[in-house]
Design a protein. Structure first.
Length: 259
């Protein structure tokens, strides 16, 4: 177990540096490290407060990674761990990973892409990435000033940035695939009309989508909602659309297995 004060300072400095470098990210908590490992993250540093507790957690929640947690992270003790990071995660795990350099060319052609136009809340960005990974999307593209790999988004996504390409752009890219927009004035969502390789564009709750992006869309759709409810949280709207498409689209298009 690490006790040397100078070494503790080095660990803290490496974590701080990773949070500001463009080619590193800090993974906060057991679940973030677990997901990152499962999807091939290049872990450069890992520390735990109590190895035995983390290994017990891994054997319960991620037995495929229990050996990694038993061997690789450096154990530093609860007191030291609490000083390494401004928000020490309760699960007692911190790691530094290399940030993948995903591009628009990495987006698979056989699955939908989620496009977030100028999202205002990084927590929502992380939640969208998490649900897009779960729904097996081709990737998430964001526009605007916020980096989708920001620490707040990373925390909310629980390490699932590594499960699919996550790309930030200054303006909405023009992709060689059909664009569909979520718009309160659009037609009711019909999974039969959304192709598997669609770009699904979502605006922020307050501003919605820009007129330019709505004009570029091949189609505009809305989620039916109870009268008096004005909007859904961005991540909730994305989740609803993705799972309607995932669960209903193939069956309605006649692509089911017949069972």
């Amino acid at each position: 177990m690490t006790t040397d004060r100078r070494h503790r300072a080095v660990l803290a400095a490496r974590l701080r540096e990773a949070a500001t470098r463009g080619d590193r990210v800090v993974l906060e908590g057991f679940h973030a490290v677990k997901h990152a490992l499962r999807f091939g993250a290049d872990i450069r540093l890992a520390v735990v407060a109590d190895r035995s507790q983390v290994v017990t957690l891994a054997r319960t929640l991620a037995p495929d990674l229990a050996d990694w947690f038993a061997r690789v992270p450096e154990e530093v003790g609860a007191e030291v761990f609490a000083r390494l990071w401004p928000r020490p995660p309760e699960t007692g795990v911190l790691a530094v990973a290399a940030r993948p350099r995903a591009t628009l060319a990495d987006l698979a052609r056989d699955r939908p892409v989620v496009l977030l136009e100028r999202p205002a809340h990084l927590g929502n960005v992380g939640a969208v990435i998490r649900v897009a990974a779960a729904a097996d999307c081709a990737g998430v593209v964001t526009t605007g000033p916020y980096d989708p790999w920001h620490g707040t988004a990373l925390r909310t996504a629980a390490g699932l940035h590594f499960a699919l390409p996550v790309v930030g752009c200054e303006a909405p890219p023009v992709l060689d695939r059909p664009l569909y927009a979520l718009d309160p004035e659009g037609a009711p969502l019909d999974p039969r009309r959304i192709p598997a390789d669609a770009v699904l564009a979502f605006g922020s709750e307050r501003r919605g989508l820009s007129a330019e992006l709505r004009a570029r869309a091949r189609g505009r759709f809305r989620l039916p909602m109870r009268a008096g409810v004005s909007s859904l949280n961005l991540a909730t709207a994305v989740a609803a659309v993705l799972y309607v498409l995932r669960l209903c689209g193939p069956l309605l298009r006649g692509e089911g297995d017949g069972t």
